[in-house]
Design a protein around this ligand. Structure first.
Ligand SMILES: [Mg+2]
Length: 264
């Protein structure tokens, strides 16, 4: 049996044959697709991931790193702490390891390794909480794009790996504050029932919800394996890779996907 090997990050991006369209053209095509479904009398559905798709979450991590710098936990990691004082939100990568590497701090250094361990522990207790969602920022143009899709008749489904018990309240509050359509007919937020559930399983299971709602016009995702899973389930829809940050989970490259770098 031939094993189809997955590719990681830039390798995946470079091996995928995206439609050669600009951000504006992709977004316009999604709106046109929604209009088309509405005209045909079926219900168009738009599936939207949140973290690093509609929301810049690096500012959330940045805040947590700043708090770690001021916390007793970082005292024994003085050299790393000093260096990180000049860290700006734009230096942040997908993970703390990525961030340090990007910032020029070698994660192979044993002193850094031990500081990183402390940072991960500190970060893990805060990142997945309602409270820290206050530091997220919607990507410019994202609320307007979703609002316009809603007005064209789309059913809006926010599909996120965030969990209901830890992050439901904060997620909802952010969507309201950032003027994404929510709390109206044709809008729904699908969170994981518990933190432990697997993201990919959760997202694949949501496909059943989408099928019952109507016809999927487009999905938006920053995680290649999630995007590929959705494109397997909905081959006729547009699948838009939001090229912001991504994990190092491998995914199969695929032709015919769409790619945007932002909503403006
Ligand atoms: Mg995401």
């Amino acid at each position: 049996m031939t094993q189809i090997t997955g590719k990681v990050r830039r390798e995946w991006v470079d091996s995928s044959e995206f439609h050669p369209l600009t951000n504006v053209e992709v977004l316009r095509n999604v709106h046109t697709g929604i209009e088309g479904e509405t005209k045909r009398g079926s219900t168009p559905v738009l599936l939207l991931d949140l973290d690093s798709t509609l929301y810049h979450v690096e500012s959330r991590s940045h805040q947590i790193i700043r708090e770690w710098i001021d916390a007793p936990e970082s005292r024994e990691h003085a050299s790393v702490r000093e260096r990180l004082k000049s860290l700006l939100p734009e230096h942040l990568g997908y993970s703390l390891t990525d961030t340090l590497t990007k910032f020029g701090v070698s994660v192979m250094d044993p002193a850094v390794e031990s500081a990183l361990k402390s940072m991960y522990k500190f970060w893990g207790r805060r990142f997945f909480t309602n409270e820290y969602l206050a530091y997220d920022r919607a990507y410019p143009g994202a609320p307007e794009f979703v609002q316009a899709a809603y007005e064209l008749g789309a059913e809006i489904v926010y599909l996120t790996g965030r969990d209901e018990p830890g992050m439901g309240k904060g997620t909802h509050a952010r969507l309201v504050a950032d003027r994404f359509p929510i709390d109206r007919p044709r809008t729904r937020l699908l969170l994981k029932k518990s933190f432990e559930l697997d993201d990919l399983e959760h997202k694949s299971a949501a496909a059943d919800v989408v099928k019952k709602l109507g016809s999927l016009v487009a999905s938006f995702e920053n995680e290649p394996p999630n995007l590929i899973a959705l494109s397997d389930i909905f081959p006729a829809a547009m699948h838009v890779f939001v090229d912001t940050v991504m994990s190092d989970r491998p995914a199969r490259p695929r032709a015919g996907l769409y790619r945007i770098t932002g909503f403006e």
